[in-house]
Ligand binder design. Sequence first.
Ligand code: ZN
Length: 199
Amino acid sequence: MNSPAVLEQLINALRCLPGVGPKSSTRMAYHLLQRDREGAQRLAASLQQALDKLAYCDYCNNFSEHAVCSVCQDHHRDKSSLCVVEMPTDLMMLENTRSYQGQYFVLMGKLSPMDGIGPKDIHLDKLLKRAQDALVEEVILATNFTSEGEATAHYIGQMLKSRGIKVSRIARGLPMGGEIEYVDSGTLSTALLERKIVT
Ligand code: ZN
């Protein structure tokens, strides 16, 4: 027996989520339709709302409802340091440490030639422009300590240094292969504090 076309469509649409294959997308679709229709409504509405209202902040490239996000608008923050992270979750982790008061730039990814993700895909033009702001004195590379995160940090480090910008890399307080998202605040604070200038 064939499923109704709209059901098939929903199952296929759910497969756009990372790590979701045919089996789990089918399970999700059944769950939403059978057990949680209210949740499904909320999901549909918030997804639409997010798509309509969220764009990238002009300065830090994080998601924002306004042209400039609340972090970049905050006048109390230190304009002299710019911390580069892979994802908004990493920014949140750094904010939670309460030990960093500077600005951010969110790459929204990392260099990953295997997946066809190159410099253009992680907004390096925008980063370069941001890093060349007269107020920025140091760029701190806080990408993950995975091989791709390291390669990304290396690439950006070289790119900025060749333009005379001071660059540092957060310290290896993080475990090998360490992802910022999973590190406790204390370790992350130390990694930030003990950052090394990239030479
Ligand atoms: Zn911003």
